[in-house]
Design a protein around this ligand. Structure first.
Ligand code: FAD
Length: 391
């Protein structure tokens, strides 16, 4: 990473790059790493088969077999049972579940998931209420990493997310509010790319995994705006978490495992009321500046609809593990948007905010993913520089 490129304030935010790096390394990253391992935060409820509402004609996800593991044996095509079956087209797999690295492990501690509010999130598409379509996933067993999902199917998803919902902004033409949606998506995209590069299948025959610095450079470090958007998204989500501090502090992290639940609560408290964070970066992003003008409410509604569309597109991601993390992180962003924009004023937050358990899990896991990406970009960016990979 070119140090001069990332000096001063993160664009549209209230903290400097160096401060973010420092706080992340010293405070946020260690706390989040421990937090996401606790039972409360490691199980996520998700509808994993792809009910893709778009592209109905091309056969993609027409069958529920897209989520192979959820179907009874006799329901899914023979080809999916044998990953190396030559019937599968090689580089444009609609469903990638035949690949071991794309498959989701659903090992579950049933005690870990109970109750909480079930208020719908206006920013996302899924109906989160418990129903037979939901499955429960242990996120610790399903790290976000390289899965082999690539080609036209993956490209089409990103194109749809950008082109249909938040067209790339020719610098000043879009107002600040619309740029923010673009930056959130781009920041998330950067983070996903960083995780692919950080945990890559280097040698398929030896099943050897490790960092792929060239890929990190080619997809993220080479583009300063992608790095900037990653930092922006991190601060945006961090602001949502700290804004909801009192609500999150009073929430129940009960999973029937008193020691682990106390630990989750204590880690949350350390993060929410962290004195170093409050001193160095008290308001990571100032949402009060948005939706102010005459068109404010209209614009907010428009962006809310756009974000819901993005959330619906996640059902079309043709790789189960990518869909899992895509859905989780979009729900996390939707939860951040809900905290920042669906309740008026800080004072009312404690009384009017209602979060589902799954939203809190998504929010904190997203923050952890972004924190990991920021750390990796900072560290490996420096070593990529040393290796002469940056131009
Ligand atoms: P892509 O990453 O597909 O990018 C497409 C185009 O978008 C680029 O050519 C560029 O013009 C633009 N672009 C790229 N990055 C940015 C950015 N940060 N900001 C703005 N524009 C950008 N693959 C895995 O191996 N593991 C996963 O867990 C995984 N999760 C995924 C989750 C989702 C929701 C989606 C849609 C895809 C996922 N993929 C995953 C696939 C992965 O993101 C890539 O699409 C794939 O690796 C092919 O990469 P690519 O080089 O063609 O560029």
């Amino acid at each position: 990473r070119d140090a001069n490129e990332y000096r001063g304030l993160v664009e549209d935010c209230c903290c400097e790059y160096e401060t973010v790096d420092h706080l992340n390394e010293e405070v946020l990253h260690p706390l989040l790493q421990d937090l996401v391992k606790t039972p409360f935060f490691r199980y996520f409820k998700v509808k994993l088969w792809c009910d893709c509402p778009f592209w109905p004609d091309d056969g993609m996800c027409r069958l529920r077999d897209c989520s192979v593991c959820e179907c009874p044996e006799n329901e899914f095509p023979e080809s999916f049972k044998h990953p190396s079956n030559p019937i599968l087209p090689s580089d444009d797999l609609m469903c990638q579940e035949g690949k071991p690295e794309a498959a989701v492990d659903r090992t579950l501690d049933r005690n870990a998931f109970r109750g909480w509010s079930e208020t719908d999130n206006p920013w996302t598409n899924d109906d989160e209420t418990d129903n037979a379509e939901m499955t429960y996933v242990n996120l610790q067993l399903n790290p976000e990493r390289y899965t082999g999902y690539t080609g036209p199917s993956a490209r089409r998803i990103w194109d749809a997310v950008y082109a249909e919902n938040c067209p790339k902004y020719p610098s000043e033409e879009l107002c600040q509010e619309e740029r923010i949606l673009y930056k959130l998506i781009s920041g998330l995209h950067s983070s996903i790319s960083v995780h692919i590069a950080a945990d890559f299948l280097l040698d398929e025959t030896k099943n050897e995994w490790g960092q792929n610095l060239t890929l990190l450079h080619d997809r993220v470090l080479r583009y300063p705006d992608r790095v900037r958007n990653l930092y922006f998204t991190f601060l945006f989500v961090l602001r949502a978490v700290t804004k909801a501090a009192d609500y999150l502090e009073q929430a129940s992290y009960d999973t029937g495992n008193p020691n682990e639940d106390l630990k989750a609560h204590s880690l949350m408290r350390q993060l929410l009321y962290n004195t170093k964070l409050q001193a160095a970066c008290p308001i990571p992003f100032d949402e009060a500046k948005l939706w102010k003008g005459q068109n404010g409410p209209e614009l907010k509604q428009k962006i809310q609809n756009q974000f819901r569309n993005i959330s619906a597109i996640m059902d079309c991601v043709g790789c189960e593990k990518c869909r899992l993390w895509g859905k989780l992180q979009v729900l996390g962003l939707g939860t951040a948007l809900k905290i920042l924009f669906s309740v008026d004023g800080q004072e009312n937050l404690l009384h009017t905010l209602q979060l589902q358990r799954n939203e809190v899990i998504a929010l904190m896991n997203l923050l952890n993913r972004l924190s990991e990406s920021v750390k990796l970009v900072q560290e490996t960016g420096q070593s990529a520089e040393k290796m002469g990979l940056t131009s």
